[in-house]
Design a protein around this ligand. Sequence first.
Ligand code: ADP
Length: 433
Amino acid sequence: MDPSDALLGQKIASLEQRIGYLERIVKVSQILNSTLSLEPLLRIIIQSATELTHTEACSIMLLDKRTGELHFAHMVGQHSEGLRDVTVPLDNSIAGWIVRKGKPLLIRDVKADERWHSRVDRTIDFDTRSILGVPLKVKDEVIGALELLNKLGDQGFSQDDIQIANTLAAQAAIAIENARLLDELQRAYDVLAELDQLKSDFVNVASHELRTPLSVILGYASFLRDEFSGEAGEQLGIVLQSAMRLRSIIDDMVNLRHVDTGEASLERDIFSMHKLISDVVGEFTQLAQAKQQILRLELPDDPLKIDADRQKVYLVLANLVSNAIKFTSAGGRVLVSALRKDEEIWIEVMDTGIGIAPRDCDRIFDRFFQVEPTLTRRHEGMGLGLSIAKSMVELHGGRIWVESVLGKGSRFITVLPVSPFRAVPVAKTASTS
Ligand code: ADP
């Protein structure tokens, strides 16, 4: 054979080997990207490592930060099962050296190396002759080592073997880190679920326990206020107002819990939205007067019949009107209007108050979101009203959103289908926040 042909043959063989190696690495990467289960992935990694480097066995050892020891996480080779409970110290061991230094280590004759312990070999009846070990790194932290044992044939470990071991160790490290993060996430999720249950139970018990004495306070305070006039009457009025405020906070908490647990259901009835809006506005007339605001109502002659849950719709509108008055200064205007558009009733609560910045227009419907920072807040409230209102409106198959100009005022638009059978599917979800 022509020597140049032989050389070419060698080159082709070497290239084919490299292609085979690259194919294997790509396959491991694909699996790494498609699964989060650690076991099968590490198995493939160490299997690939032994096959590609022509070695007898391979193991992955991980550092236990608490004990400072290395334990066998995965291995291939004869009798490897027996290594499950074996640990290796960080000091004075080959794997320990790799982890401490964060560098690869190649030992052609382990028996001549003082870091070598025969304990592991004895445990599984194995004869280690040569080792190629590389660190497993997550960012700059070494979390363990991958070791290849006993190179087959006479040539010993090559530069290529070190490269293969390094590449596969990097993939194993990513897989281990992913699994750790997933585990952490799952644990955080479990804790959250537990806390959520606790919160729900607490709200349930607290609201129940608070409601009873509060009803007594409300009853007596309103009775006494009617009995007394002058300063005492005024003071009793304040007690009554505060107690009512407390009741609305408790109601918010209960409503929120109902929304969370999916218990919030609708008790439908056919009623006049015209009447309901007038009732809500009537309830706030005194408050608006006290703030020297003009509270106006603009309704068509149509009774605006609707099939909905009266109490929940009342809650939504009372919340919007209460906010409009709260966030509008003295001398300002609040206008409540409604009209029927096809199969929907559109209700608008407009004010000439402080307005809302565009970036906050969606966020105000989030639970506990308040534009003003908590500590310097001038307005009372818990940031729950709008999130509850949104849930209630959506429960009806409706939508709610705000259009506002900072410093000029806001317009809250609530759209409700006149009946559950006539709900119009919404395409414009973005604006319905
Ligand atoms: P709360 O009023 O109890 O704080 P809400 O959920 O009802 O809670 O409202 C959330 C936030 O949205 C308010 O704290 C306020 O910052 C803003 N907001 C609501 N209504 C108006 C309004 N009419 N004008 C200006 N800002 C408003």
